[in-house]
Design a protein around this ligand. Structure first.
Ligand SMILES: [Zn+2]
Length: 365
């Protein structure tokens, strides 16, 4: 498969603490200790531990030592996991360190042994400029410049995490005066909650620029790490934005299966020919229902606009585990639909499209 959404690997080998694979961000010792205690009680932790022990040929209690030993040759260990996962390409969201992006993609490619296509996340630039006291026009201009420079800088698309900032209820009617005012009126708030009107204005324009550049645009929807306000991450909140000329022109991917709003995502993908459904992340955490969640999207949405990913991050095992579960989920769903009468050749085509061809088409693999 080609992984339609993942992040850099920050691990470098050694013992693996499974409870660190979590959506909770707090990094103080007390929170870590609580995560260590509750981790083993989560099904995703249990299944990842069992699968990984199987892969390493040890028992679950032996896992930390076995992983430490197996990962001594780190590049070989990572490559082995990627080969076993069937991942043959990756769309990379490098996250925060924009300066290192192209070199990060190159070294990442080297490490995992398959092609990597980085995408440009807009918020690091927007947040930095807001934090430095820039005006609305300056921030908008900087985003325009960065997006137009993106292809030459080695980016294959864009991403916004506005869901983590001021939410997906984007007002497409805001103008520059409102954007400017929104900065002044929120001066006392943390940067991430500042300038809703400005962020809304930027996103509408950015969709227009991505359409001009013919590069796809990922929008974070649904759950994520504990910084998100889930009530602001429902993809249905994007409806007004998606009705604008920019919202209709861009190639938009709503990512993470919009968990838990799969049906809303499916409807948007069905109703809007430029919207794509990207299925990653829930496979890492909601591990028992992957096939059911995929079905909620795939029974309604055109399968030519559904992409499968892992949201792998930090530890290479997350890519491997996410890829295995989503491929198993599809295998289960394929059997279900075969029993309902779908033809084998049609099912084969759907599998090839959602696992590989749709992502390859959008990101030029
Ligand atoms: Zn992600």
């Amino acid at each position: 498969m080609i992984d339609s959404h993942g992040h850099p690997i920050t691990d470098g080998g050694g013992r693996l603490e499974l409870s660190a694979i979590n959506v909770e961000l707090a990094s103080d010792e007390r929170s870590r200790e609580r995560r260590r205690q509750s981790g083993p009680s989560r099904l995703s932790h249990e299944l990842l531990g069992v699968r990984l022990a199987e892969y390493l040929g040890c028992s679950v209690p032996e896992l930390p030592e076995a992983r430490e030993k197996a990962s001594r040759d780190w590049p070989a260990y990572v490559r082995g996991l990627f080969q076993a996962s069937g991942i043959s390409g990756l769309v990379l969201d490098p996250g925060w360190d924009l300066s290192a992006t192209t070199s990060a993609a190159a070294s990442f490619h080297e490490l995992i042994g398959c092609p990597v296509r980085p995408i440009l996340r807009l918020e690091p630039l927007i947040d930095r400029l807001i934090g430095e006291g820039a005006g609305a026009a300056e921030v908008l201009g900087a985003v325009e410049q960065a997006m137009h420079d993106a292809p030459e800088s080695g980016y294959y698309g864009f991403k916004t995490i506005i869901a983590y900032r001021t939410g997906l209820a984007v007002d497409p009617t805001v103008d520059m005066a409102m954007a400017e005012r929104s900065l002044r009126e929120t001066a006392d708030l943390p940067v991430r909650r500042r300038g809703k009107a400005l962020r809304d204005l930027i996103l509408r324009q950015a969709l227009g620029w991505s359409a001009e550049l013919e590069l796809p645009f990922q929008i974070h929807t649904g759950f994520g790490d504990s910084e998100i306000r889930l009530a602001e991450a429902n993809p249905i909140l994007l409806e007004e934005l998606l009705r604008t000329p920019e919202g209709e022109a861009a190639t938009i991917l709503l990512i993470h299966g919009s968990y838990p709003w799969h049906e809303e995502l499916a409807y948007l993908t069905l109703a809007k020919p430029n919207v794509h459904a990207e299925l990653s992340m829930f496979n890492l955490y909601a591990v028992a229902s992957v096939a059911d969640r995929m079905e909620k999207v795939l029974e309604l949405a055109p399968t030519s606009r559904v992409l499968c990913g892992t949201d792998g991050h930090g530890h290479p095992e997350t890519f491997w585990f996410g890829a295995l579960l989503i491929q198993e989920g599809w295998a289960r769903l394929r059997d279900r639909w075969a029993q309902q009468g779908a033809r084998p050749s049609w099912l084969e085509q759907v599998g090839a499209d959602i696992m590989e061809a749709n992502t390859a088409r959008l990101y030029g693999f």
